[in-house]
Design a binder for this molecule. Structure first.
Ligand code: GLC
Length: 622
């Protein structure tokens, strides 16, 4: 009996065929496993498009609509998520498992995957988080400088490495999707999300979109620790009038294309797998209803083939009323959004979209386009092959390598704005007085999106404060005294360092419509230190430039430290000259808030212009 070896006839000489026949006869009686081939979509060697098309054919309308919905982990257990056939789960800022550790996260995310894989089609869910300066929701993660500091560093290769490190820490705990980077071009520093921007010129976001390659790898899913990146928020989030968060971007389409579109073009060139739509409006129409900009420009003109996701409850704002309606579901789906972040309202969204499809107001072709994009990213990511957390990467979580990388980023992000020679500080026989609310505060130096959505003051995460760095750098014969208010300062000190600035905030809570200067506490601290006549170094730890024109004459040296994150000691590396500052302003530093918006090339005269940054005259080695 000639054997059908793997679907083709044996062509061997007769005696072999006879022997093969005898052998097979011996086993012919054993029940053969059913030979039904596994479906194409489960075959990792099949092309992504073949897998997508095969799976799509097997999906009911229920499956397809469920795939387009993302719920908050707090709103759906793994079983409920699987029952609704949800395509994705997210952790909003600060939404963490009971045990906020890598294992706690991996167990949580794996539970959602296990439930999803137990459904008839076994489509894995994709879990999203905001890891916008490291895996910032998780205690013990490496917290990198926020984007405004990275923009000042002007080192896209470093930023790519930060993306890679962040992806490793994220993937090690389960999530496969990072709602990052923000490629916003912040044009008005009154905006609460200024610190999430790499800078006021599109060039800053274009260059630093290298973080996408770090997060995804050169090809999504090609190697361990690859996570889906998100170019956000499309489009014009940083260009709203007066910097109002979720406000109205009232500029021409030509200006929109010139200032806010280039970063998305670059992100697409780098293969970004998802784009998040902005809360803001363009010319009075909410972005979440902008079919021309989403479908005609982003998907067709720019050729974006990944998935488009809405922002958090953002479709509710289309009609200006609370909650969402059938009309808003129809408008946002037809505008070209594929995945809907409806954290607490998944069931209602599913019902409404079913109604719209039944009514023929949303076409199946739109539903299928959304599913093809979502499933395409899941297949590319390798989610069907390895849906569970890659716990082998947990050795990188908060690792020394990652913290050293973060410290290097802190060094490179420092911008020296003024220096009469008081910097660099002496390393020996010095007498240093350190003051200010941000000198010894991990939470303040990390800013928003740290452990919680808004962030918080205090010793909230492990790492080094700026004071820690100064203490460890001050060498033999030196003394370092710290008092937050500056009490105890006297003329015997060689130098006083005041670390001032902002306390944490995120999004609209960071809007400063009436301006942004030093607060009363900081002004009092500076005055107290100055009264002794001791030379004064001021560091601003903040998510934006701070107006300090009036205080400048009393200040001997001024450094913009931005929001350095967990490795604050990197600031001291610059103060003591172990790293000669290289940072350059990626935002114009206003002389007064009344100047806002003030941007490179607009003819206004800021206190310090875009691109400004000093070095030490002498010494200081990289
Ligand atoms: C927030 C932000 C967005 C974030 C999302 C999920 O409101 O606008 O940047 O990715 O919701 O947390």
């Amino acid at each position: 009996m000639a054997s059908r070896l793997r679907g083709k006839r044996s062509t061997r000489p007769a005696q072999t065929v006879l022997l093969a026949g005898l052998l097979l006869a011996g086993t012919a009686l054993a029940p053969m496993a059913s030979a039904t081939p596994s479906p194409v979509y489960k075959n990792p060697h099949a092309s992504v498009s073949a897998r997508v098309n095969d799976l799509l054919k097997r999906m009911s309308l229920d499956d397809k609509i469920g795939q387009m919905v993302q719920a908050e982990r707090g709103a759906a257990t793994p079983e409920q998520a699987a029952a609704m056939k949800l395509g994705s789960i997210l952790s909003g800022g600060g939404s963490v498992p009971a045990s906020n550790t890598p294992t706690g996260w991996a167990d949580m995310v794996d539970a959602y995957e296990k439930a999803a894989l137990s459904t008839p089609l076994g489509i894995p869910t994709i879990y999203g988080v905001d890891a916008v300066h490291g895996h910032n929701n998780v205690y013990g993660a490496t917290i990198f400088p926020h984007n405004i500091g990275l923009g000042a560093a002007g080192d896209p290769q470093l930023v790519e490495r930060i993306g890679r490190a962040t992806a490793e820490e994220v993937a090690s705990t389960g999530p496969q999707w990072d709602f990052s980077p923000c490629l916003c071009v912040a044009r008005d520093d009154r905006w609460g999300r200024t610190y999430e921007s790499f800078g006021e010129s599109p060039r800053n976001a274009v260059e630093n979109s290298s973080v996408i390659t770090g997060l995804q790898g050169n090809e999504l899913g090609a190697k361990k620790g690859s996570v889906l990146a998100t170019a956000k928020h499309y489009i014009g989030d940083g260009g709203t009038t007066a910097g109002v968060d979720q406000g109205n971007t009232q500029i021409s389409e030509q200006e929109l294309r010139k200032t806010h579109l280039p970063p998305f073009k670059e992100a697409i060139k780098r293969g970004v797998g998802s784009v998040m739509i902005s809360f803001s409006s363009f010319q009075g129409v909410r972005m979440h209803a902008q079919q021309y900009l989403i479908t005609d420009v982003l998907k067709k003109e720019l050729g974006f083939s990944g998935l488009v996701i809405s922002d958090y409850n953002a479709i509710n704002q289309i009609d200006g009323q609370d909650g969402f309606t059938h009309e808003e579901v129809r408008a946002s789906v037809n505008a070209g959004i594929d995945m809907f972040m409806v954290p607490w309202d998944a069931p209602q969204f599913i019902t409404f979209l079913h109604d719209e499809v039944a009514a023929g107001t949303v076409k199946m072709s739109r539903i299928d386009d959304a599913n093809k994009r979502i499933l395409g990213e899941k297949f590319k990511l390798g989610l069907f092959e390895h849906p569970y957390a890659d716990r082998s990467l947990q050795k990188t979580f908060g690792s020394k390598d990652h913290r050293d990388l973060a410290r290097q980023a802190v060094r490179e992000s420092q911008v020296l704005l003024k220096n009469d020679g008081v910097l660099p500080l002496d390393k020996k026989n010095d007498k240093i007085f350190v003051a200010g609310k941000n000198a010894n505060d991990m939470g303040n130096q990390s800013g928003g999106w740290t452990l919680t959505w808004q962030g918080q003051s205090g010793p909230v995460i492990p790492g080094t404060t700026i004071l820690d760095g100064i203490k460890s750098k001050a060498g033999k014969g030196s003394t370092v005294t710290y008092d937050r208010a500056g009490d105890g300062i006297d003329p015997s000190y060689e130098v006083a360092v005041a670390v001032v600035g902002e306390t944490p905030y995120a999004e609209g809570q960071g809007d400063r419509p009436s301006g942004f200067g030093l607060d009363a506490e900081d002004l009092a601290t500076i005055a107290k230190l100055k009264a002794t006549g001791v030379p004064l170094v001021v560091l601003t730890v903040s998510g934006r430039p701070l107006v300090l024109t009036d205080q400048l004459p009393q200040i001997n040296a001024l450094v913009a430290s931005w929001l350095p994150g967990s490795e604050g000691a990197g600031v001291a590396d610059v103060l003591f000259g172990d790293y000669n500052p290289t940072g350059k302003l990626s935002v114009s530093w206003p002389a007064s808030a009344a100047q806002e918006p003030v941007n490179v090339g607009d003819g206004k005269k800021p206190l310090y212009p875009y691109g400004y940054g000093l070095k030490y005259e002498r010494g200081g080695h990289h």
